[in-house]
Design a protein around this ligand. Structure first.
Ligand code: OGA
Ligand code: NI
Length: 349
């Protein structure tokens, strides 16, 4: 959003600025309508535990852990990853430096304003329609891999620790992403290299989400329900807020120290012909503490054609449930507007 009218920039692009001005005021455009409240809030909150996967065991190819991964992708579309080998300091530095960035004065942040061509920078990654209710979050997007795609002018110099923290975290996430794709390849009946190769060159971008304190958490959404247009997404979070659809309700994902949250995205749902589910999820706001999350999106290269894989057509499902789609077309339509619900439904065959 390029505009000289600071008021507009602040109201649409920078929630932190709204809170700084008056923590007890919420502009109209952020408040859910009654229809949204009934649609989004009426389903029950369920207490259930998301499956936990041990990455060290998984990477050794341990059968039991691979089976757990298969079941998690089938029945939950979400799982926690422990024993990933990432130093606690790397995770903490990433969250701390990112939080500091969002607290900077607006003019410092606007230097890195979101560039829709590069798909990097500070601000909303999708255009905001007139009649649209806006999420209570600010975001900062980085292209991580391939590293030559990074537009480093859009990587903030302030706080001074941020660039280094992103570098260190992204190297680790690159490894975790590769390991997970290797294991997913095995449970999809392929060699460990096959799924990574289907990506041509694995792409990873990261959106850091900052959810300022919100004085009306029941009427304002941090991030509306959506599924991710990815193969998998890897989330680092520092506080409660993430909820996922499961068994007709919403399950809050409790933060487990030093764990990562991984979810199946739309691309994996298509490749697996619906065996693995890209589940809707949302982020709630809260009235006491700002929250930070770092979502890393693992995706194929733009020109890759995505369609159900032959070996995923089995006795239980012979028919291809999704049409072939070029990944670029898929991601463009999902970025054209705020993501809502599951975009994948448009590709049913
Ligand atoms: C996302 C996302 C959830 C969260 O960025 O796609 O789902 O808890 N984030 O911030
Ligand atoms: Ni998401």
């Amino acid at each position: 959003m390029v505009t000289n009218d600071n008021q507009i920039v602040e109201e649409i692009d920078c929630v932190e600025e709204i809170v700084k001005r008056d923590p007890s005021f919420i502009p109209e455009r952020y408040i859910l309508t009654e229809k949204d409240v009934s649609k989004d809030m009426e389903l029950p909150l369920l207490s259930a535990e998301v499956p936990v996967i041990d990455l060290a065991l998984l990477s050794k190819g341990q059968g039991e852990e691979l089976k757990k991964l298969d079941e998690a992708c089938k029945y939950w579309g979400f799982f926690l990853v422990i024993n990933h080998g990432i130093d606690e300091g790397v995770l903490e530095d990433m969250k701390t430096a990112a939080s500091e960035f969002f607290k900077l004065p607006l003019e410092d942040k606007m230097r890195y304003q979101f560039d829709p061509v590069a798909i990097e920078g500070y601000g909303r990654p999708y255009p905001v329609a007139e009649d649209q209710i806006i999420d209570w979050s600010d975001s900062l997007t980085f292209r991580l891999y391939p590293a030559r795609g990074r537009k480093l002018e859009l990587w903030p110099n302030k706080p001074a620790e941020l660039k280094g923290a992103v570098e260190a975290y992204s190297a680790e996430i690159g490894n975790v992403g590769k390991k997970l794709l290797g294991s997913l390849s095995l449970i999809m009946g392929m060699e460990s290299n096959d799924l990574p190769e289907l990506h041509k060159e694995m792409q990873i971008s990261m959106r850091v989400n900052y959810y300022p304190v919100c004085c009306e958490p029941d009427n304002v959404m941090g991030m509306s329900p959506h599924s991710d247009a990815t193969t998998i997404s890897i989330l680092l979070q520092d506080n409660n807020g993430l909820q996922i659809r499961h068994n007709g309700g919403w399950v809050p994902v409790k933060p487990v120290p030093n764990s990562l949250i991984v979810n199946v995205g739309d691309v994996l749902e298509i490749w697996s012909n619906g065996k693995y589910k890209s589940i809707e999820h949302r982020a709630m706001t809260n009235g006491t503490r700002a929250r930070i999350s770092c979502a890393s999106f693992v995706t194929p290269q733009m020109e890759v054609e995505v369609e159900p894989l032959k070996q995923m057509l089995d006795d239980s499902q012979q028919h291809k449930l999704y049409k072939k789609v070029i990944y670029e077309d898929y991601i463009r339509q999902s970025l054209q507007r705020k993501q809502e619900g599951k975009a994948i439904a448009n590709y049913a065959s």
